[in-house]
Ligand binder design. Structure first.
Ligand code: DC
Length: 340
């Protein structure tokens, strides 16, 4: 007798989601292990405590697994644990080595056996990229890489050295010795937060000003800067399953990303969002000024020579104008779950 392990995540706590998740997981386990119903002795589930609507064991029975013993149990609530997760252990009479099956967000639980997943989310300022990316990363238990923060840290380094961000030579001189790094604190990253370091200093909050937004757009146009940042981004994406948000992820950083989305909204909507965000941080910049800056930044980002902001041909465009961040994230998650 062998034990076959597996897990999956579902999108929400509903009977239909639980039934579909259990069916998908068990059928995959059956297929990859070449199991017949007679081989299966028992199936044991454990699920996270945010799943309450239906017993996975009942869902298994309804999915046709009724020749074996079925059992469900509840896991303790653990901070930072994967959400909406169903784990399973199937005991079966097989001769081959058992093949484990980890699906959806649970893929990330077993980085050793699962394929890396990279999701590219591009779009202009205020399109909702970062909020939506954080939700998706948290739901799928993936890393969230905010690539804009890295260009922002470059801009901060130049400003601190009194270097004009449009002066390529001077920027290069400053940035060649500067160390930009991102790290993930297990607790802070539950909500998707990335900690951005400039020469070892945590600058995550200092880079969130209107001045840095504008200067980051200017500094990011230089080839030297982009080569240096893209190298770091590709290294992180090669070693981790992650959601990356930026301007050139789908076109340049990861042209082979598994999923590509391009978020957009009207200038007015984006400026309204940015004005409200600023206000929440105590920055009282008038709407007209924010709108003007957004338009200037779009123009700079879209017309620069290297890796300009443009929708990748195979990216799915999502107009976020009439949806809130949760709605956009649910829509994108639904497309990801379906494999698009
Ligand atoms: O996403 P953000 O507002 O934090 O980005 C700040 C600037 O950085 C943006 O105006 C252009 C630049 N950027 C870029 O050129 N490429 C990226 N992948 C991300 C940001």
């Amino acid at each position: 007798m062998k034990a076959i392990r597996g897990a999956t995540t579902i999108l929400k706590d509903s009977g239909d989601e639980i039934k579909a998740g259990v069916k998908e997981l068990l059928e995959k386990i059956k297929t990859v292990n070449n199991l017949s119903d007679e081989n299966i002795i028992c199936i044991m589930f454990s699920n996270t405590s945010d799943i309450r609507s239906y017993y996975p064991a009942k869902a298994a029975r309804e999915a046709g697994f009724f020749n074996c013993a079925l059992f469900s149990s509840l896991e303790p609530e653990i901070d930072g644990a994967l959400k909406l997760c169903i784990r399973v252990m199937v005991l079966a009479e097989i001769d081959n080595e058992p093949k484990q099956v980890y699906l959806n967000g649970a893929e990330n639980l077993r980085k050793d056996i699962s394929k890396r997943l990279n999701i590219a989310i591009d779009g202009p300022a205020g399109s909702g990229k970062s909020t939506v990316s954080k939700i998706i990363a948290a739901k799928l238990n993936l890393l969230y890489l905010d690539t804009g923060a890295m260009y922002r840290a470059c801009a901060l380094a130049c400003i601190r050295s009194n270097v004009d961000c449009s002066n390529e030579e001077k920027v290069k001189n400053i940035l060649k010795d500067v160390e930009i790094d991102v790290k993930y604190d297990a607790v802070r990253n539950v909500g998707g937060a990335q900690i951005t370091y400039l020469n070892g200093e945590d600058v995550s909050d200092k880079i969130r000003t209107p001045e840095i937004s504008m200067q980051a757009s200017i500094v990011s146009a230089h080839e030297f800067v982009r080569v240096k940042m893209v190298e770091i981004q590709r290294r992180i994406a090669a070693n981790n399953s992650c959601v990356l948000d930026g301007r050139d992820i789908g076109t340049n950083v990861l042209p082979d990303a598994d999923f590509k989305f391009y978020l957009n909204a009207s200038d007015k909507v984006r400026a309204e969002r940015r004005t409200a965000e600023n206000r929440a941080k105590g920055i009282n910049q008038p709407f007209d000024e924010v709108l003007d800056e957004i338009k200037r930044r779009d123009k700079q980002d879209k017309t620069r020579k290297i890796a300009p902001l443009i929708k990748a041909e195979n990216a799915i465009e999502v107009d976020t104008g009439s949806m809130n961040a949760d709605e956009v994230a649910s829509y994108i998650l639904m497309l990801i779950q379906k494999g698009i």
